[in-house]
Write a protein that binds this ligand. Structure first.
Ligand code: OOG
Ligand code: MG
Length: 278
């Protein structure tokens, strides 16, 4: 397998902004309406071609602020576009992060509705739960692992709110990294007993293998994606508190799902996670 395309961390964390406060509010209105109404909209850069990564995060953080003010609880964060398979599929070469609300979670083995989603896709990911705070621009893989309480296998259900699932980096960041639902399952295990950088995974849809890979595809080691996430948070003036749930990014390309599909992600060591769509 080829090494993941190397991306510059400074490129991922240049937070210069061009939008004024009114434009951030207007774009957050658009994203919030599209997410709540499960409606596809044109990507934001069609109207705001000068939009930067920093502008995208300004919209994302305003969306988070609104939803927390409405009483929704944050479970943690996700890193996305952290594997070459994902980058190639989406045509984006820089990883990004998004927030995860507790109410995005669905139970393993449950049936996930699709009528409140636009065009869902599934991804298999290694998720982390932390037991110590992580903060700053230079967190290492070892520090992430020391701060990890356990890892758990997960399926993320992503759902871009942009027409045709087509976007660029500022737009997808504003859309909270296409976050929609997530399902954990399998076995929660301590990281120190695992070779976390070489866990195989098979993604099955309706009993057929549709994608397969290994965790090394995520930046060489999924903990490095968590370190990248902490760096981006630092640039945004945030930290990763103990007790956070963190998804490290899809190992393979994402697979489209429709009502009636059953998806199972089978991870080496970590067990499997299954979910049905209706
Ligand atoms: C962006 C979200 C990417 C991942 O794991 O790479 C992501 C997208 O592809 O829509 O969640
Ligand atoms: Mg993902």
């Amino acid at each position: 397998m080829n090494a993941p395309e190397q991306t510059s961390l400074s490129a991922a964390t240049d937070m210069r902004r061009t939008l004024d406060a009114a434009a951030v509010q207007q774009l957050t209105d658009r994203i919030e309406a599209a997410q709540t109404g499960a409606r596809a909209i044109p990507k934001l850069t069609d109207d705001f071609p000068g939009m930067t990564l920093g502008d995208g995060y300004a919209v994302q953080l305003e969306l988070l602020r609104r939803w927390r003010a409405a009483g929704r609880r944050q479970a943690g964060w996700k890193a996305g576009l952290t594997s070459k398979a994902k980058m190639v599929q989406m045509g984006v070469t820089v990883p990004s992060i998004g927030f995860l609300l507790a109410d995005f979670a669905r139970a393993e083995g449950s049936t996930v509705r699709t009528d409140d989603l636009v065009h869902p896709r599934v991804e298999c990911e290694v998720a982390f739960v932390t037991k110590a705070d992580l903060a700053g621009p230079d967190v290492t893989r070892a520090q992430v692992l020391a701060a990890t309480d356990f890892v758990v296998p997960a399926i993320e259900v992503i759902d871009s709110r942009f027409s045709g699932f087509k976007f660029d980096l500022p737009s997808v960041v504003a859309d909270n990294g296409s976050s929609a639902r997530y399902v954990t399952g399998g076995r929660a295990l301590r990281a120190d007993g695992l070779e976390l950088d070489c866990l195989g995974v098979v993604l099955e849809k309706n009993g057929e293998p549709v994608a397969m890979g290994a965790s090394t595809a995520v930046m060489g080691h999924p903990a490095d994606a968590v370190a990248l996430l902490v760096k981006v948070l630092h640039e945004l003036g945030e930290t990763l508190p103990a007790g956070s749930f963190v998804m490290s990014g899809g190992i393979t390309e994402a697979i489209a799902v429709k009502p009636g599909d059953v998806v199972c992600a089978r991870f080496q060591e970590l067990g499997s996670v299954a979910v049905r769509f209706a």
